[in-house]
Design a protein around this ligand. Structure first.
Ligand SMILES: Cc1ncc(COP(=O)(O)O)c(C=O)c1O
Length: 420
């Protein structure tokens, strides 16, 4: 099995140990789960668009704002405390991605960070140089490269996916590589269909062609513990608001690249990486909250150090979500008015299921389910090309998160059954 597809790799040694927190213990930490709608308990299946926040994350942000709020690099206590908090957050996010703290860049969201890095890289590229993107990706990992190509006469090569299976055509990707390829932009997991791509293989192919890799892990990182060191990619981006944190973006960049890429920057701003990549004053509270989200995830598991705790937690969450998604998939597959899209439950995938219902728009399905307290997103989720290739108006998307219960999955299947 390819190393990245074995999502339990590195987690096995944790399984026999002390059990991870139960779903009820986890749920008790999320105030949002007390919400009711139309007399129904709300079930949040909208995690792929953004998860709910545990109390500890909101409290860490509030504590920062109440007691340490300042700008950076000054000589008084709150400023020094802010510097320390940001450094600690880089260490924590480094543990999460298995990367050194000084390779972690913060930003407002993944999209802004990608535009920023694309512009910087493009300053060293020539007309006719090539960038590979994929049709399976969220447009945050397509349009920054297309924009750059339009400005600098670069060539974009788009790799297709199979609309029946939701799998990326890796042979086409290999064929698209050439001596002119400067970068391969690839998603680790599809936020529309849940497919997990063989990104380790893509990185190996890109390296052989001397091309850089920019991995969009926004939909992957909430479900599989990332390991950028093992992956060997050049850039790796994720968004804490998809894994129980606040709205922010996090970018890992290989240190040598962070030091030398020609980012747009203010002359008096810090010159050393990773700060040289960051622009203006960031949301310090969101950075603190992002680290708190990683600590929340670690608290679900057990182990001697944070990385071990995270590995244990992800192994337990993965096992639970895989069972739920299998049940959801089979529960929907037997409904004649429902079409499932993307890879089946036996493939490497996230716990995200996309479907359409005959005779209804995706928005009307979502609205009808919302009436029953079931919150699901609809549309293209900015994976616009995916929806185009499927030839449909939009998808309804159900995502399992750490707080999803088996009963909620059952409620969802029953509610979809009655849509006819
Ligand atoms: C796979 C994927 N990539 C990128 C993004 C964009 O992330 P952000 O909102 O942090 O810019 C999203 C957001 O939904 C996503 O799901």
């Amino acid at each position: 099995m390819p190393r990245h597809l074995d999502v339990m790799a590195g987690c096995r040694s944790f399984l026999p140990m002390q059990t991870a927190l139960s779903v009820q213990d986890i749920r008790a930490q999320f105030p949002a789960l007390a919400r009711r709608h139309n007399g129904h308990a709300v079930a949040y299946f909208d995690g792929p668009g953004g998860t709910q926040i545990p109390r500890a994350v909101a409290e860490a942000m509030t504590a920062y704002l109440y007691h340490h709020n300042a700008n950076t690099h000054w000589a008084y206590p709150t400023s020094r405390e802010t510097d320390a908090a940001l450094l600690a957050a880089r260490t924590t996010l480094g543990d999460f991605l298995n990367a050194p703290a000084d390779s972690i860049v913060f930003g407002p969201n993944m999209t802004s960070l990608t535009f920023h890095v694309a512009r910087a890289l493009g300053r060293d590229w020539l007309p006719g140089d090539e960038v590979i993107v994929t049709d399976l990706d969220h447009h945050a990992n397509i349009d920054p490269w297309r924009d750059l190509a339009a400005e600098q006469d670069l060539v974009i090569r788009a790799v297709p996916f199979d609309p029946c299976t939701g799998q990326l055509d890796l042979t086409a990707l290999e064929r698209a590589l050439s001596a002119r390829t400067r970068l391969v932009a690839v998603g680790f997991a599809s936020n529309a269909l849940g497919t997990i791509n063989d990104v380790a293989h893509v990185v190996d192919l890109a390296k052989a062609a001397k091309a850089l890799t920019f991995v969009d892990a926004v939909h992957y990182a909430p479900h599989v513990l990332p390991d950028v060191e093992a992956l060997g990619c050049d850039f790796f981006a994720c968004s804490p608001y998809k894994f129980y944190g606040p709205h922010a973006g996090v970018l890992y960049g290989r240190r040598a690249l962070l030091d030398r890429i020609k980012v747009a920057r203010l002359v008096p701003a810090p010159q050393a990486s990773p700060e040289r990549i960051e622009t203006g004053t960031l949301s310090h509270e969101a950075i603190v909250g992002s680290a708190a989200a990683v600590d929340f995830l670690a608290s679900i598991g057990s182990g001697a150090v944070r990385r071990d705790q995270l590995a244990h937690a992800f192994a337990a969450l993965h096992a639970r979500a895989a069972t739920q998604i299998r049940h959801l998939w089979h529960g929907l597959a037997c409904l004649p008015h429902v079409t499932l899209h993307g890879p089946g439950p036996d493939n490497a995938r996230t716990p995200t299921v996309a479907f359409t219902v005959d005779g209804y728009t995706s928005e009307s399905v979502s609205a009808q389910l919302a009436d029953q307290g079931l919150f699901l997103s609809h549309g293209d989720f900015y994976a616009w090309t995916v929806v185009q290739r499927l030839g449909i108006e939009g998808l309804v998307r159900a995502g399992c998160a750490c707080y999803t219960t088996d009963e909620e999955v059952e409620r969802l299947i029953s509610a979809i059954k009655t849509l006819r």
